[in-house]
Design a binder for this molecule. Structure first.
Ligand code: FES
Length: 86
């Protein structure tokens, strides 16, 4: 599956295995996304899903905790820049 990340104004496309969460995918790609607890509590890792589905798409806001969100579609576009830093 293809995951596109927008972080710090830079867009990066990554080919990822299924079953990993978005934060793991970003870290393996050597991006530097924000995170802290890694357990879904703090919200530091939140990002806006511009396109595609993840396991955490539960609200109309399309903002997910990337340490918990696993991609569910072949293509997901993740924008960290659209979420206020915590
Ligand atoms: S790192 Fe704390 S909620 Fe994801």
């Amino acid at each position: 599956m293809k995951i596109q990340f927008i972080l710090g104004g830079v867009e990066t496309e990554v080919e990822a295995e299924s079953g990993r969460n978005l934060l793991d995918i970003a870290l393996v790609a050597r991006l530097r996304p924000p995170y802290s607890c890694l357990e879904g509590h703090c919200g530091t890792c939140e990002a806006f899903i511009e396109h595609g589905e993840t396991s955490e798409d539960k609200t109309d806001t399309h903002i997910v905790r990337t340490c918990q969100a696993i991609p569910k579609s072949d293509s997901v576009r993740v924008n960290y820049d659209k979420v206020e830093p915590k």
